[in-house]
Design a protein. Structure first.
Length: 406
């Protein structure tokens, strides 16, 4: 993984930050997305390694170096020569791979001799490299001669020249030929943004559109989780499949399980003073439930947000929600009437408020009926349905939702 694109982030005065590491994280995300695509192709007995043997490695098959760059891939570009250097390391078992791949977002430079690389034989590839090095040495020789004539000291070889000398050294020729037999160059690879879009189009059709970002966020989080990194950054077919199954189960278009709700985030949006004048809140206050207002407001938001999200994703339709609301209203009315019968003869207003408060708590503490067949429907959601019903003003007063038992 590598990148040298100029940073986009700037200070208010348009001065770029010399230590801006944004691109490093962007490059890591890019590498993880490439790894995700490889994981989809893993056989049951296969695994993938990140960084251990190079950027992305499937033992016995592919070792891929991933480059997120904006400039062109030219004859002397470090991405080409440094990748070769890595594969020539004495401890790198290059012969165990069928393919050694340099994958880069770069396009070939207009004048580069590397354009025909993938169709060339190993011998032809070596000839191209020798031609590139010869031209580089000739250019360096001319530069040294000018510097010498100008009375300047002899300059050191450039980074590119040093890499070329290392790669082309005669003592590494056998190893180099082993690399050239297996090496492929993939240029013009999709950008990070394009790769994300392609992933959504190719793999997320069963997922609710509003959950695309969350699905990808959690998948990349799994790929770079501390547990995997500490364990050697090895991803097995089984582990990847299990994570996909988990995320698909959570975010599929027609889910079986009640969707996750970020209660902490919703709670921050609750302002008791704003909700106090609302009808549902007044019905709680009238039975002495002031201390329960914030929780009731949170549950109401949980219900409203969940229903809205499922509507947006086409999971729900209005008749389904109306039926759920109607069933709860009918059930509540019968249970309330039963509780009112138990309060006959009670004349003390304090006792009546206490009985009403007990009724409120008992109803809110019941197990939740599945919402549209969703397993593990949250009690908070069902309570939110109560508070939504309590906030409505029906045409017939007999249909109104109340907590009071008078």
């Amino acid at each position: 993984m590598d990148t040298t694109q100029p940073p986009n982030a700037t200070l208010p005065g348009d001065a770029p930050l010399p230590f801006d590491a944004t691109l490093l994280f962007k490059a890591l995300q890019y590498q993880l997305l490439v790894a995700v695509e490889y994981c989809y192709d893993l056989a049951p007995d296969e695994c993938l390694w990140l960084e251990v043997f190079g950027d992305v490695t499937v033992p016995g098959k592919n070792q891929t170096e991933v480059k997120l760059y904006s400039d062109n891939l030219t004859d002397g570009h470090a991405n080409f020569w440094n990748t070769l250097k890595n594969w020539l390391h004495e401890n790198f078992d290059r012969t165990s791979f069928k393919n050694l791949v340099l994958l880069t977002t770069q396009e070939f430079g207009a004048q580069t001799q590397l354009k025909s690389w993938n169709t060339a034989t190993p011998a032809e590839r070596l000839s191209v490299m020798e031609s590139i090095v010869a031209a580089s040495e000739a250019s360096a020789g001319k530069k040294s001669k000018k510097e010498s004539e100008a009375g300047k000291g002899i300059s050191k070889p450039s980074k590119s020249q040093s890499l070329q000398q290392y790669v082309m050294a005669s003592e590494r020729r056998d190893a180099l030929m082993e690399v050239l037999e297996r090496m492929q160059i993939t240029t013009g690879a999709d950008s990070l943004e394009q790769r994300l879009q392609t992933y959504q189009t190719r793999h997320l059709k069963p997922i609710r559109p509003s959950k695309y970002p969350q699905f990808i966020y959690e998948l990349l989080g799994f790929m770079s989780s501390p547990e995997l990194v500490i364990g050697g950054w090895k991803i097995t077919h089984q582990a990847f499949t299990d994570k996909l199954s988990e995320l698909t189960h959570l975010y599929m278009k027609h889910p079986k399980t009640f969707p996750q709700v970020d209660m902490a985030a919703l709670k921050k949006s609750i302002d008791v003073e704003e909700i106090r004048p609302m009808v549902f809140a007044q019905k709680i206050v009238e039975i002495g439930g002031e201390q329960h207002l914030k929780r009731a407001a949170l549950h109401r938001v949980v219900a409203q947000t969940t229903i809205s999200d499922l509507y947006t994703d086409g999971v729900l339709f209005k008749p389904m929600v109306d039926l759920y609301l109607s069933n709860h209203l009918t059930q509540h009315q019968y249970v309330r009437e039963l509780a009112m019968l138990g309060c006959k003869g009670v004349t003390c207003s304090t006792e009546m408020s206490t009985q009403s408060m007990m009724f409120f708590l008992q109803r809110n503490g019941l197990p939740a009926e599945p919402f549209c067949g969703l397993e593990h429907t949250m009690p908070e959601f069902r309570n939110g349905i109560y508070h939504m019903l309590a906030g409505e003003k029906p045409e017939d007063e007999d249909d109104e939702f109340h907590w009071r038992l008078w």
